[in-house]
Each structure stands twice: as structure tokens, then as C-alpha cells.
Design a protein around this ligand. Structure first.
Ligand code: CS2
Length: 489
């Protein structure tokens, strides 16, 4: 038996949280692009909580590329399971997904949902690459999908293209605009998305630009919950816990946080009632999370992979590596952060490290290692540039970059697939590399990642070449420990 409205009624007898609201009464108030695991453990879970008191906040999921989530969830009446794996593990069935659309199959159906006057929120978890930004933070007009959308505004392929078209239609029908909420790990995610949409609209539909600029709100957000990819072990664990099969369950740690900038308009869920923080100071929360948690994650991903570790918790079991990461967070990243009201950065760092050590979460370093060219410019490079400008040290901060270079070089020479939008360019560069310090100049030539000023900075190059040389022969934990011990602050 698979998970469905019929079977979930039977499940109620187990130690399991199931939707305790009338799903037939739920209407769609949110259109969300990117129904991946993170969205389903995070925003969709918060909205499931909201639906217990307010039926207006069902979700229409939109997949921009694949049919997998639609094919898994719709036979289950949109239901799926979250396994919350921590000291105390639990399971809950989520009912907030009312519909899953596959944009390439039916762009018109997606636009109809976005234009519906009862749609008050259009949100996204499309990962950094989904915004089609250039390294200056503006819209990448050379991106093939953006170029397509500018020529075919009625059948867009990108999130930006769908937003532009839907806002034009809402404007023409006299509907108030929806709130546009980015839920991705980008610094200033709302501002960046607003800039991209305005640049798109100004070039394709200038008559709409003023209305978008004045009337459409793009709050910034910070989102956080560690969410390993779904695997067969999870499917088996969920089947054992529920007694029915879930075609696509998801998993996360107990910790879950959502901070939204206080600039939402029109009808909204009662965010505070479900633990969402609405505040004017999102930037403080977002920088702390992006640079401390995600910066440490990427450091563990690449250094841990070089040493042969497979998961975050295993890498954190390496005393030398865990000590290095903790010192980098405290001495090299924290120093440049302004704590938002209510957040103690020292306690936050220790809490993040405890979360990383969670033995019940099998978070693959290989998953975190994806899309390094899109992640590191938000997670590591801003801290390096600010530390250089302030005269603070960058030695340890060059380690994740150097480890990324070695990771790319080794994947290329082993002819293993690199998961990154710039995989082709990265492989071409790596083929010219031998493991010698001169490789650093080759990688720094990647203009889509490194700006010219930074690439030419003598202090940066020296620190990066030193870290690269020390990591060059690392293939074991012992060798990693020796390499890290030699890295100056
Ligand atoms: C991770 C993030 O995969 C990655 O790059 O660093 O997905 C991380 O697990 C989340 O941002 C935690 O909130």
C-alpha cells in the first residue's frame, strides 16, 4: 500500500504526525518553484503547520525541469513524509502540496496559477544557478534560457521569465502583485532577484518596469535546515515507520529556521504562529548562516573529500579537521560579522558544529560539493575580500578554495562527472593542471568566479598557493591533518 489520503487515515493510529485539517478545504495561495528536498522539509512544512488554522495556504509546486516530483507525489494525493532524524527521531506526513506542475509541459497552467488573484506568494528554491546571474550580480543576458525567454515571453523557461510574464498578466487584469520570496542561499537573495527581474522587464517590457519597481515586494530571507538527499535507506526507514510506501520521502535534522524580511504585502500566513521570524534585519541572520554554516560546510566538503571522508559527521570526527574548521569560523569569519539582535555568534558557531556532528544524519560531502562555482562566491569569497580590505588574515579561508581546485582536478583526471554549471570550463582548466602551485593561476583565470582585483591580489595569491601546495598530496586523514597544521591563520 502506498501513502495516500485513504491510507493516511489508517496511519493515524501510529506515533506519527499527519495532517489534522480538511485537505479538501485547502486552496492554493502559494506557487513555489523548485520542489526539491529542501523546500519540502522547510517551507512546505511550515505551510503545513499554517494550514491547521488557515486553509488559504496550499502550495502549487512548479518544476522547471523534471517530472520526478510530480510523478512521485500526485499518485500519493500530494502527500509525502518528512523523517526528522535527530536525538529523538520522528516522522510526519505533509499535506500542503495540492498540485505539482511541470513547467515545460504546461507553461500556461503555471502562469494561470501565478495570475490567480488568490495566489499571494510566489517563492523559489532553485539553487544559486537558477537565478541566471552574472558575477556582478546582475542578470546574465548571455544565459541561453534568458535569451530564449526574452524572445518567447509567453512560454518562459526560467523563474525570472515566469515572474516577468505573470506580473504583466496580473497588471493587465488589475490584480495586486504577489509577494516574491526567494528561499535560496544567496546573499541579499530578495534584492538580487528583484534586480534580475527588473533588468529582464526593462529590456523586454519597459512599460511594466515602473509598476514592478513600485508595487512588487521581494523580501530577503534566511533559510536553514540540514537536508541530506533521499536515499533507499530513508525509503526503507519510512516504510517501516509508516507501514506504507512513500515514493519520495525527505529527511532533515530537527533544527529548522526561516527568517523573512518585514516587507510582505497583502494577505499572509500567520508566520509567527508557526515559528517563522519576520524582521527588518535579515542580513545579519543571513550573513551569519551563509558564511559560518555554509562556509564551514563547503570547507568540510572539499577537504574531507580529499582525505577520503564520505559524510559531514565522519569529517567532523577528524579532530584536526574539526579543530581547523572551528578556528576558521571563530578567528577568520566571525570577526567580520555583525550579530543581529538576539543572535549570539559564539553560541551559534558551537550549535552549528553540534549539528554537523549529528550521527543520525548521513549528509554526503559529495552533495555539498556540487555547484562550487555558484556557492563559493557567496560562502567564502566575500569573507576573504572583506578580510583583505580590513587587514585580517585569510590563510585558513584559502583552504576551501585550494581544496576545491584539487577536488576539481582529481575528478577531471579520474574522468568523474563534476556537478557544476561551469563543469566544462572547470574540466578544461583542470586538464592543464599538475598539482603544482602554478595551477592556482590557471583556476584564478575563471572570470565567472574570480574578479580581476581579487585574482591579482598578491596576498591572496600567496596564501592560496601555499594552501594549494600543502593540500596537493592529501589522500588520507593523517596527510590532511599534517597539511592543515601548517596553515597560518
Ligand atoms: C549545504 C546546504 O548542500 C549544501 O551546499 O551547505 O544545503 C546546507 O545543508 C543548508 O544551507 C543548511 O541550511
Amino acid at each position: 500500500m502506498t501513502l495516500s489520503l485513504a491510507s493516511v487515515a489508517v496511519l493515524g493510529s501510529r506515533n506519527l504526525k499527519i495532517p489534522a485539517y480538511d485537505r479538501k478545504a485547502v486552496s492554493i495561495g502559494v506557487v513555489h518553484f523548485g520542489p526539491g528536498a529542501f523546500h519540502r522539509v522547510h517551507q512546505a512544512c511550515y505551510l503545513d503547520d499554517v494550514l491547521h488554522t488557515d486553509p488559504r495556504w496550499g502550495v502549487c509546486e512548479v518544476s522547471l525541469h523534471s517530472t520526478g516530483v510530480r510523478d512521485a507525489l500526485m499518485p500519493q494525493d500530494g502527500l509525502y513524509t518528512i523523517a526528522i532524524l535527530d536525538a529523538e527521531s520522528s516522522f510526519r506526513v505533509i499535506g500542503s502540496v495540492k498540485e505539482v506542475l511541470v513547467a515545460p509541459e504546461s507553461p500556461a497552467a503555471v502562469l494561470d496559477r501565478m495570475v490567480a488573484p488568490t495566489t499571494y506568494i510566489v517563492s523559489a528554491t532553485i539553487t544559486e544557478k537558477g537565478y541566471c546571474l552574472n558575477k556582478e550580480g546582475g542578470l546574465d543576458f548571455s544565459h541561453p534560457d534568458i535569451a530564449y525567454d526574452l524572445k518567447h515571453p509567453e512560454t518562459p523557461k526560467t523563474f525570472v521569465g515566469f515572474l516577468a510574464r505573470a506580473l504583466r498578466l496580473r497588471h493587465d487584469r488589475g490584480h495586486e502583485p504577489f509577494n516574491v520570496i526567494s528561499c535560496d542561499n544567496l546573499a541579499d537573495n530578495g534584492h538580487r532577484l528583484r534586480r534580475a527581474v527588473l533588468e529582464f522587464v526593462r529590456s523586454s517590457d519597459p512599460g511594466l518596469a515602473d509598476w514592478v519597481e513600485k508595487e512588487v515586494t521581494f523580501p530577503c530571507t534566511m533559510v536553514d535546515s540540514i537536508t541530506p538527499a533521499t536515499d533507499d535507506a530513508l525509503r526503507a526507514r519510512v516504510k517501516d515507520a509508516l507501514g506504507v510506501e512513500d515514493l519520495w520521502p525527505v529527511q532533515r535534522e530537527f533544527f529548522c529556521q526561516w527568517v523573512i524580511e518585514n516587507k510582505l504585502r497583502g494577505p499572509q500566513p500567520d508566520w509567527a504562529s508557526v515559528g517563522v521570524t519576520v524582521t527588518d534585519d535579515v542580513a545579519g541572520f543571513e550573513r551569519a548562516k551563509l558564511r559560518l554554516l555554509n562556509g564551514a560546510h563547503s570547507t568540510l566538503a572539499y577537504t574531507g573529500s580529499l582525505a577520503g571522508y564520505e559524510t559531514v559527521s565522519a569529517a567532523m570526527g577528524d579532530t584536526a579537521l574539526a579543530t581547523f574548521v572551528r578556528r576558521m569560523m571563530i578567528e577568520n569569519i566571525r570577526s567580520g560579522l555583525a550579530a543581529p539582535q538576539g543572535l549570539d555568534l559564539d553560541q551559534y558557531i558551537e550549535a552549528v558544529l553540534r549539528r554537523f556532528r549529528n550521527p543520525t544524519i548521513r549528509h554526503l560531502l559529495a552533495q555539498i560539493a556540487w555547484d562550487g562555482s555558484q556557492k563559493l562566491p557567496f560562502r567564502i569569497l566575500p569573507t576573504i575580500m572583506e578580510n583583505l580590505a580590513a587587514g585580517r588574515s585569510i590563510g585558513r579561508l584559502c583552504v576551501p578554495l585550494a581544496a576545491w581546485f584539487h577536488f576539481i582536478r582529481r575528478m577531471t583526471h579520474a574522468e568523474r562527472q563534476i556537478m557544476d554549471p561551469l563543469a566544462a570550463q572547470l574540466s578544461e582548466l583542470a586538464k592543464r593542471c599538475t598539482g603544482a602551485a602554478s595551477d592556482v593561476s590557471v583556476f584564478l583565470s575563471l572570470e565567472k568566479v574570480f574578479n580581476t582585483d581579487l585574482a591579482r591580489n598578491v596576498t591572496f595569491r600567496a596564501a592560496l598557493e601555499n594552501a594549494y601546495a600543502r593540500l596537493s598530496a592529501v589522500e588520507s586523514p593523517a596527510q590532511l591533518g599534517e597539511a592543515l597544521n601548517g596553515i597560518e591563520a
